[in-house]
Design a protein around this ligand. Structure first.
Ligand SMILES: Cc1cc2nc3c(=O)[nH]c(=O)nc-3n(C[C@H](O)[C@H](O)[C@H](O)COP(=O)(O)OP(=O)(O)OC[C@H]3O[C@@H](n4cnc5c(N)ncnc54)[C@H](O)[C@@H]3O)c2cc1C
Length: 392
């Protein structure tokens, strides 16, 4: 097992102990989520649309470029800060959490790691200022088996011509830049997969149908159509044929973001359940006075605590440059399980009211379901964990 020992000179505080800077940052995002996002959550869920002004606020607050160095216009924060932001936003609205998650853990992250200096200078300031990013790997026939993609990129001297369709792409409706994977050499199998940076107005590129979903309804999920889409060689991210590595490595990191989304969601549901248990009277006293309800809340709180600790651990390992892939898969797997269980229990604590749309807990439960599906289903996380503890 890969136990990582921090260098002796490095302090190792408790996982949930925040530095002053982290605490100030966390409090400012919490305040923003509570005061600015919360009033719109129900309507955005009903309309299945995320308010444009709120996305503008994300940019203004630097939430869309948290890990981007200041020289490229970003906030120059740590990966852990990104995790704190996703957690706080998701405690109020998991759709807000995933918009920021995709932008930071997948798109800007990949450009920072694999982009040329010219690509960094061109795209990172835009992604920090006003351009939403999307990450396009999945297709109708290739989800868990992502490398079986059928989108093709034909090499035509200075350009590539892309043909195919992508499905389920988060942020697609709002995005100006797409990190998209296509196979440029199908004979080489997954070693032909190449990552491209595609602008929304590229010739032959179109955002298609938007899905009508069970949960995270305000987050857009759309199909992408590539009909002889012309992309310059300069828009290849990293090397031709190395897209599989970019996909695997970004998703390894992205999973910590989903852990944060799900542990934040679970905390949000728990907070509502605690407030309700204090207030709702039955048999002449608050339901929170009944031992069974108290134990239910205690059980929920310990699940949330465990999920948050696992997520923080994976994020802090990543920031420390230590191995984190197993811990990231565990955090994502566990947090999505906790999110579903805790939000379901919150509905029960609300009784009949919890089953209605007049109260927020049913939405948390609907939103929780996606945690076990995207960025690798729960089965795929177990496969990663098993491979790492047993060897392939
Ligand atoms: C709301 C939403 C947003 C999304 N956002 C994005 C995005 O931004 N970008 C993107 O690229 N994709 C995105 N996705 C796609 C998502 O990553 C896939 O849906 C996911 O990877 C699962 O693929 P699939 O739907 O094809 O299911 P399948 O792969 O067909 O899986 C179906 C079932 O079979 C199981 N299964 C499959 N293979 C195995 C195996 N080898 N062993 C055990 N069990 C297995 C799975 O665990 C699952 O239970 C999004 C999806 C949704 C619903």
């Amino acid at each position: 097992m890969n136990d990582y020992i921090a260098p002796a000179t490095q302090a190792s505080p408790a996982l949930t102990m925040l530095s002053e800077e982290e605490q100030m940052f966390r409090d400012s995002v919490r305040d923003f989520a509570q005061h600015t996002i919360k009033p719109h959550v129900r309507q955005m869920d009903e309309k299945a649309e995320f308010r444009h002004e709120l996305i503008e606020e994300f940019f203004r607050l630097g939430l869309m470029s948290l890990g981007v160095p200041e020289e490229y216009g970003g906030s120059g924060g740590s990966f852990f800060q990104t995790i704190l932001a996703i957690e706080e936003l998701s405690a109020v609205d998991p759709s807000a959490g995933v918009i920021v998650d995709v932008q930071n853990t997948l798109v800007t992250n990949a450009i920072l790691r694999w982009g040329s200096e010219a690509q960094k200078k061109l795209y990172l300031p835009r992604l920090a200022a006003d351009t939403v990013g999307a990450y396009a790997l999945s297709e109708a026939g290739s989800g868990s088996d992502a490398f079986a993609m059928t989108t093709r990129a034909e090499n035509h001297k200075d350009d590539f011509i892309l043909k195919g369709r992508k499905l389920w792409i988060t942020n697609a409706k709002e995005a100006g830049l797409f990190l998209l994977f296509a196979n440029a050499n199908p004979e080489a199998g997954y070693r032909g997969i190449t990552a491209f940076l595609i602008e929304k107005d590229a010739p032959g590129f179109k955002v298609g149908r938007k899905e009508d979903k069970l949960g995270i309804r305000a987050s857009s999920t759309c199909e992408l159509l590539l009909e002889d889409c012309k992309v310059s060689q300069e828009n290849v991210l990293g090397e031709t044929g190395k897209g599989y590595k970019i996909a695997i490595e970004t998703l390894n990191e992205g999973r910590i973001g989903i852990g944060a989304q799900m542990s934040g969601l679970a905390r949000g549901a728990l907070e509502h359940a605690i407030a309700y248990a204090r207030e709702r009277q039955q048999f002449g006293k608050p339901i929170g006075d009944f031992q069974s309800v108290r134990f239910q809340l205690a059980e929920m709180a310990l699940q949330v605590e465990a999920a948050r600790n696992m997520t923080y651990n994976a994020a802090r390992l990543k920031d420390a440059g230590a191995p984190f892939v197993k811990e990231a898969a565990m955090a994502k797997y566990f947090s999505s399980q906790v999110a579903e269980g805790v939000s379901s229990m919150a509905i029960e604590i609300f009784g009949g009211y919890g089953f209605t749309k007049d109260y927020p807990v049913e939405k948390y439960w609907r939103d929780s379901k996606i945690g076990k599906i995207y960025e690798g289903t729960s089965n795929m996380q177990l496969q990663t964990i098993a491979n790492l503890i047993l060897g392939k």
